[in-house]
Design a protein around this ligand. Structure first.
Ligand code: IPE
Ligand code: IPE
Ligand code: MG
Length: 248
């Protein structure tokens, strides 16, 4: 087992959970069976994050582009998500986990909206960890929505143009109140961002693995964190500056 330094944990981990379909294909099953197994990997990952003290975990569950998949698959994904929430609420309450979402959940079907609302309300007081689900989420939609809200506030006179800064803009995004992700994991050997957290990942460390999401687990998570801890985050500075070394 890899050693992780509990003093240097990423505060916010974001995951693009990819590869359910290919996992199913590899096991001669239908795509939906892959999503079902993927939900198991979500459980293991949430537990492992909670166990070591990760403060925020954002999971990309459904993108604005995923609506274009075959309708049977979309329905099954929504059903699985609903089942997941119903089955996890107790564990979230017992473990101090708060549920939040990013993305437009208004357009989701009634039963899904109801269970989301209920879980968010019931877990709102939990402080140990935030499980943030990206649901009907797209980074570009999020940015355009923020611009629209901001323009509205300027028009109404509650915001002055000169007060628009990066920090203020961040507060108009769905992730308002959450720190930017420190580590972004993408499974299944794809090297792209797929419209996820475009603004927030400006200085995020990216970690890619060939492991397909349904095979992801505690060990894989710890591997990603270990790799993260080996990196030097420079934020545009020099290595010397980071280490407080000699400077001209
Ligand atoms: C990720 O797995 C799940 C969602 C996007 C909802 P995929 O379904 O994208 O799996 P692949 O990429 O087809 O293998
Ligand atoms: C990204 O995976 C979205 C989610 C994991 C929910 P996709 O499988 O939809 O991404 P692309 O299409 O390969 O870029
Ligand atoms: Mg995919």
């Amino acid at each position: 087992m890899t050693e992780i330094d509990l003093q240097k944990l990423p505060g916010h981990i974001a995951i693009i959970m990819d590869g359910n379909g290919r996992w199913a294909q590899k096991h001669a099953m239908g795509r939906i069976a892959g999503h079902k197994k993927g939900a198991e990997a979500v459980r293991l990952t949430v537990r492992a994050c909670r166990e070591i003290g990760i403060k925020v975990l954002t999971l990309y569950a459904f993108s604005t582009e995923n609506w274009l998949r075959p309708s049977g698959e979309v329905k099954a994904l929504m059903r699985l998500l609903e089942e997941y929430l119903r089955s996890e609420i107790q564990e979230m309450l017992e473990n101090g986990i708060r549920l939040t979402t990013i993305g437009d959940t208004e357009v989701l079907k009634k039963p899904m909206k109801t269970i989301l609302k209920e879980t968010i309300a019931k877990t709102a007081h939990n402080l140990d960890m935030t499980l943030n689900l990206a649901l009907n989420y797209g980074g570009r939609d999020e940015i355009v929505g923020a611009v629209q809200d901001l323009l509205n506030d300027i028009r109404r006179g509650t915001l002055a143009e000169q007060d628009v800064t990066k920090d203020l803009f961040s507060r108009y995004l769905d992730t308002a109140g959450l720190p930017d992700p420190d580590l972004l994991i993408r499974t299944s050997g794809e090297y792209r961002i797929s419209n996820f957290l475009l603004w927030q990942s400006a200085y995020t460390e990216f970690y890619y693995t060939d492991v397909l999401w349904p095979d992801f687990n505690r060990d894989e998570l710890f591997r990603a964190i270990t790799e993260y801890q080996r990196r030097e985050r420079r934020f545009g500075l020099t290595s010397d500056q980071i280490h407080g070394g000699r400077q001209e």
